[in-house]
Ligand binder design. Structure first.
Ligand code: SF4
Length: 219
């Protein structure tokens, strides 16, 4: 099976206060306590130089059997890794262990927003690059979501000779924690209907960050 490998180390990011406040659980401006906006602004300023976004992907013409059984109907697959490095989470951890826990929580939220943006950028790049080779590309799927086992991380990592400094623990957690792995599926005609995962309309995983349809509680 042919594999093509790419690394991206210039990824433009713009973490906005609004995204961080949303990540902290404030749905709108009215719900933000006084002073919090300034704390978030200040912390974005402090963490900016600590965010080191990187991404890599590996395009396979075909779908490996082991670990990717859910996606066997696809004609190809892209395996991807994204990270912002360890510095933001180290800063957040240092604050959480002291009496500045609130600042630590904000720094952690900035890290989460930054790594999601890194993955978004990488996903867009995958769509563009693969389109040049005549592929239609699905949305992204991550281990631990859509009924896909976390253990699949091991299979994803096994295809990367350079994992961008991300290490995988025995329990399939990534270190740095502000890292993500995912796959996108490839099809010549753009028909992903035979792939039996990712039906967001019916899925019960209410708080899934990758939800493409609003959650509807069952009566
Ligand atoms: S909401 Fe959608 S993306 Fe999230 S786990 Fe469910 S099917 Fe997957």
């Amino acid at each position: 099976m042919k594999e093509v490998f790419f690394v991206l180390d210039t990824i433009p990011l713009q973490v906005s206060p609004e995204d961080v406040l949303k990540q902290l659980g404030y749905p709108d401006k009215m719900s933000v306590p006084p002073g919090t906006h300034k704390k978030v602004d200040d912390e974005i300023g402090e963490t900016q130089s600590l965010i080191e976004p990187k991404g890599a992907y590996c395009r396979l013409d075909g779908v490996p059997e082991k670990g990717f059984e859910l996606f066997s109907a696809a004609e190809g697959i892209v395996l991807a890794l994204a990270t912002i490095g360890p510095k933001v989470e180290r800063r957040a951890g240092k604050f959480v262990r002291t009496d500045r826990a609130a600042t630590g929580v904000i720094a952690d939220a900035i890290g989460t927003v930054a790594v999601e943006q890194t993955a978004d950028f990488l996903e867009r790049k995958i769509h563009e690059d693969c389109a040049n080779f005549g592929w239609k590309v699905s949305r992204r799927y991550a281990p631990g979501y859509c009924g896909w086992a976390m253990e699949a991380q091991k299979e994803i990592f096994s295809h990367f000779s350079d994992t961008l400094g991300i290490k995988l623990t025995n329990s399939c957690l990534m270190i740095p924690e502000k890292s993500l792995s995912f796959v996108c599926l490839l099809s010549r005609e753009g028909d992903f209907s035979k792939v039996k995962v990712g039906n967001c309309k019916r899925c019960r995983q209410k708080d899934c960050p990758y939800r493409s349809e609003p959650y509807k509680p069952r009566n």
